[in-house]
Design a protein. Structure first.
Length: 383
């Protein structure tokens, strides 16, 4: 009877690859399959080749690797193995590394792969980066990924936006008895005479409620200007969905502008973020100043306008023009936001020098999640 492999040694063998087999022992069964799948992906890392390390794993799971011949494991085979052998969170990481780190475009351009793959935000970003490589048949399959991920983002973000714009509780009492308006502290104080110490209970005879005041959202504009360079793809996705969630709120007029060296007004497509994202062309240069000037031209009432430019601040145009335009907007009373990231993680990478120059003339500069942006807009409108 063969002894069971030590799980800790097995994990180390998977981490270290084939060179550790002598110390950790050979792998069998699903562990060997996992090693083959990891080797197929991470074995292409150029750093391993420079150090003369073979990661192994060129054959489909279940077959032992051998020799230095070309890979016989296709992307479809690899994807099937990954979904069979790894937990969901690991699958998402492997797929993300495949499309973003190693640029294996077949993951999103091969019809056989697209029919099997489970939509997630990583694949949505990959589709937007590679859709120009797709023929109509593949593009139709890729659209399924866009639709499913956008629908999930819409569900999450719509809730955040509704909460931000729901209204604030006032101190005025209300005759409308609704649980969400229950005034806990006033009710306790008003009923302290009904406390029964022997029972340890407070009996409520007269519950109290508060009213809600509606936020004043008349005559406000939200102008969202988005850098569509390749590094900003996550922010492009969330900007499109955020604009769709803001669209139609009472008294709030929403605009969505995309730019590289040219400027495209996408406001007419805001209600259909899937179609909008399929039209976006990632890449190209960057002229932030030109885009901000265009957005400034849309403003109807400067003191009731919020202009948010989502960019990495690497200006390919004239930075002095950009700073002058932002300074003029701030001086006329417009709320200007410079967002280095607008997505769920809000991890920015940006030109800090130019961002600081914009902050010096009065812009609010930073990174936000879509929920934080909705909260900022609601707070300004509700003043």
């Amino acid at each position: 009877m063969n002894p069971q492999p030590d799980p800790s040694l097995e994990r180390w063998r998977l981490v270290l690859g084939a060179p550790a087999e002598e110390s950790c022992g050979a792998l069998g069964g699903d562990a060997a399959g996992r090693d083959q799948a990891l080797g197929w992906l991470y074995g292409r890392d150029p750093d391993l080749e420079r150090r003369g390390v073979r990661r192994g794993g060129n054959k489909p799971a279940g077959e032992r690797a051998g020799g230095d011949g070309p890979s016989v494991l296709t992307t479809v085979d690899w994807l099937d193995d990954v979904h069979r052998l790894f937990p969901k969170e690991t699958i998402e990481r492997l797929e993300r590394d495949a499309v973003e780190r190693y640029e294996i475009h077949e993951v999103v351009t091969d019809p056989a792969v697209l029919e099997r793959i489970e939509p997630n935000p990583t694949l949505l970003r990959a589709v937007l980066r590679t859709k120009h490589l797709m023929n109509p048949e593949v593009l139709a399959l890729a659209r399924r990924i866009v639709e499913q991920v956008v629908q999930e983002l819409m569900r999450k973000m719509a809730t955040q936006v509704r909460q931000a714009f729901h209204g604030t509780r006032s101190r005025r009492p209300s005759r409308w008895k609704q649980a969400r308006n229950f005034d806990f502290h006033t009710t306790i104080r008003a009923n302290l005479g009904h406390y029964r110490p022997e029972e340890g209970r407070l009996y409520i005879e007269h519950p109290h409620f508060v009213s809600r005041t509606k936020r004043q959202v008349d005559r406000w504009q939200m102008i969202l200007i988005v850098d569509q360079s390749g590094s900003m793809v996550g922010s492009v996705i969330h900007s499109a969905v955020t604009a769709a969630c803001l669209w139609g709120l009472p008294g709030l007029k929403t605009h969505l502008i995309a730019f590289d060296t040219s400027v495209v007004d996408l406001t007419s497509d805001v209600t259909d973020p899937v179609e909008l994202l399929m039209k976006v062309q990632l890449g190209g240069g960057t002229d932030i100043g030109r885009a901000v000037e265009y957005g400034a031209g849309l403003i109807e009432n400067p003191r009731r306008a919020i202009l948010a430019v989502v960019t990495d601040f690497y200006e390919g145009g004239d930075p002095y023009r950009l700073v002058r335009t932002v300074k003029r907007l701030v001086e006329q009373g417009t709320h200007v936001l410079g967002l280095a990231a607008l997505d769920e993680e809000a991890n920015p990478s940006y030109d800090r020098e130019l961002a600081q120059r914009l902050a010096n003339v009065g812009a609010h500069v930073g990174a936000m999640t879509p929920g934080e942006l909705a909260g900022f807009v609601a707070e300004r409108i509700g003043r």
